[in-house]
Design a protein around this ligand. Sequence first.
Ligand code: CP
Length: 317
Amino acid sequence: MKKFTSVSDIENLQEIIKKALEIKENPLSETEKGKGKTIGLVFLNSSLRTRLSSQIAAQNLGLNVLTLNAAQEAWNLEFADGAVMNGDTVEHIKDAIEVLNQYCDIIAVRCFAGMKSKEDDVNESILSQFEQHAKVPVISLESATRHPLQSLADCITITENWKEERKPKVVLTWAPHIKPIAHAVGNSFAEWMQEMDVELVIANPEGYDLDKKFTKDVKVIHNQDEALKDADFVYVKNWSSFDDYAAMPEVKENWMLTNEKLANTNHGKVMHCLPVRRNVELSDEVMDGGNSIIYQQAKNRIFSAQAVFSEILDEIN
Ligand code: CP
């Protein structure tokens, strides 16, 4: 694997899921693989799971880890090409990446959607600069439009929880939120599920359809109860409007996932990438109930990252 920014960088999804599950059984099986190599984890946005799971995964492989919480600890970065830097920005992203090239064998970066310019976000204005200027493999720790390490962890979690012959019904359901949220997790989940042997349905209110680039021909239902019927997995996530970019059109029905709604499913297992707003996106009873596999999903972030870092090391070693 030369880079990891989307599902298209994976040669064989089932193989990497299998590898991640083997790593989960024996996380210290490749402690020499990263010896003498350095991974730079660059966070332009907040994180708990991605930061810590990536650090654990890298340490399990013997990699040196540099973590830069750029928003808090680095110089104020300029992203615009040709900018006259006579304002608040101190260092251009191009220069920062050139320096990271000298220090790191792998660069991993988190760069969320700015949610101000649809064009900048859909064109991955920041990740694309890393891809353009990095001379070492680039890994996405969540970008404007995708969260691939999360999606791989989601695939691992569904695989662990599905032992029947038939395809599971997986419902990605929109949930309420108090502010406009980016589309990366929803887009990415939709994209990866289309590579899995599942029946995927997306449920969201009118005005909240995700970008067709990611959902393609997946069935989108604007009635949550109808979509949830007989679901084997229910993936809860908020996102803002894509068409009316970053807007929050009014939703009259209650879309928060509750036990009452879950009763309509086939004992559906509940998933969420976290962090979650309890009693806004889903109820306490769902979060703390027996159907939740959300913490298992969070644990699998380690093995998702470790499988990807291991494949990247195969390429550069
Ligand atoms: N799910 C996830 O990416 O969590 P963090 O934002 O805490 O990294």
